[in-house]
Design a protein around this ligand. Sequence first.
Ligand code: HEC
Ligand code: HEC
Ligand code: HEC
Ligand code: HEC
Ligand code: HEC
Length: 243
Amino acid sequence: MAQIFPRWTNETPTWGTVGGLAAAGFVTFALYWWASPYNTDVGYKPVQPVAYSHALHAGTLQMDCRYCHAYAERGPHAGVPPTQVCMNCHSQVKKGSEKLKPIYDSWADGKGTASVPWVQIHQLPDFAYFNHSAHLGVGFGENRAAIGCETCHGRIDTMEVVRQVQPLSMGWCIECHSNPGPNLRPVENVTTMGWKPDLKWTEKTLAIAATLHPPGSLSAAQKRAPDGHLETRSTAGCSGCHR
Ligand code: HEC
Ligand code: HEC
Ligand code: HEC
Ligand code: HEC
Ligand code: HEC
C-alpha cells in the first residue's frame, strides 16, 4: 500500500492532532455536503384523501397538537390520528359532509378498521434514527426544556395543507445539535405556535445547553482535553443516529 504519511509521523506525538483534524474535516465536509438542499424534500405537499385543514383545527379552533398527535411525547413517532379522533366531533359536526366521506367510510364498521390512507410527508431513511419524545423534553430538573413542534415543522397552525419546511438532512440535525440553545423553550410551550423567548429565558438557555450532549455536536467533537490534545467525545459519534 502506498505510504500516505512520511515515516517520521510515527515518531511524533502529533498523531492525535492529525486524527483530530481529519475527523473534524470529515464532519465539516459531511455538514456541507448533506446540508445542501438538492436531496431534501422541502416544500413537499401531497394531496390528502381528506381536505383536512390544520389552519382550521389547530389555528381557528385552537386545538392542541397532542389531541391528535398523542404519541409525540411518549415515543419515537408522533403518529397520525385514527378515525376515532375525528369522530369525537364529526359524528355530530358537519355530519354527512361530502368532504368527510373517506372518514365516514372508514368508520362504517364503527371501529375505523379501514383506516384513511393519509400520505406520509416527513420521512427519514431507515438508517437514521429519530425520536420525538427525546426532543420534546430535554435536560433534567431546573434545566428541563424542549424543542417546539414549530422549530422543526413551522407554523402548522397556518397551513391549509401541511408541507415540509425543514430539509431533515444530516446537516440540519447537526447544526442544531452543535448549538441547541437558541432552539430551546419551556416545556409548557412545546406546542405553542409563534412563541418568542424573553431576555431572561435566553440567558437561561446558555446554562441548559451546557448540560446537553446531543450526538454529532461539532463543538463537543472538537473539545480540547486539559493536556492540550484534541479529544473526540463519545457524543461526537455517528452511532447516536445510525444505530
Ligand atoms: C384534529 C386533529 C389534528 C390536530 C389538532 C393537529 N393535527 Fe397534525 N395532522 C392531522 C392529520 C389527520 C394529519 C395527516 C393529514 C395531513 O397531513 O394533513 C396530520 C399531519 C401532520 C403532520 C405531517 C405528518 C407527515 O405525514 O409527515 C405534521 C408535521 C403535523 N400534523 C403537525 C401538527 C402540529 C404541529 C399540530 C399543532 C399545531 C397539529 N399537527 C395538530 C391531525 C391533526
Ligand atoms: C427536533 C425536530 C422535531 C420536533 C421538535 C418535532 N418533530 Fe415531528 N418530525 C420530525 C422528523 C425528523 C420527522 C420524520 C421522522 C421519521 O421519519 O422517522 C417528524 C415526523 C412527524 C410526523 C409524521 C409521523 C411520524 O411520527 O413520523 C408528525 C405527525 C409530527 N412529526 C408531528 C410533530 C408534533 C405534533 C410535534 C410537537 C409535539 C413535533 N412533531 C415535533 C422532527 C421533529
Ligand atoms: C374538536 C372537534 C373536532 C375534531 C376532533 C375534528 N374536527 Fe374537523 N371540524 C371541526 C369543526 C368545528 C369544523 C368546522 C365546521 C364548520 O365549518 O361549521 C370542522 C371541519 C372539518 C372539515 C371541513 C368539512 C366541510 O364540509 O367543510 C373537514 C374535512 C374536517 N373537519 C376533517 C377532520 C378530520 C380528518 C379530523 C380528524 C383527524 C377532524 N376533522 C377532527 C371540529 C373537529
Ligand atoms: C432544533 C434542534 C434539534 C434538531 C433540529 C434535531 N435535534 Fe436531535 N437533539 C436535540 C437536543 C437538544 C437533544 C437532547 C440532548 C440531550 O438530552 O442531552 C437531541 C437529542 C437527540 C438524540 C439523542 C436522544 C436519543 O433519542 O437517543 C438523537 C438520536 C437525535 N437527537 C437525533 C436527531 C436527528 C436524527 C435529527 C435530524 C433528523 C435531529 N436530532 C434534529 C436537538 C435537535
Ligand atoms: C444528529 C444525527 C446524525 C449524526 C450524529 C450523524 N448522522 Fe449521518 N445522517 C443523519 C440523517 C438524518 C441522515 C439522512 C439525511 C437525508 O435523508 O438527507 C444521514 C445520512 C447519512 C449518510 C447517507 C448520505 C446520503 O447522501 O444518503 C451517511 C453516509 C452518513 N449519514 C454518515 C454519517 C457519519 C460517518 C457520521 C459520523 C461522523 C454521521 N453520519 C453522523 C443523521 C446523523
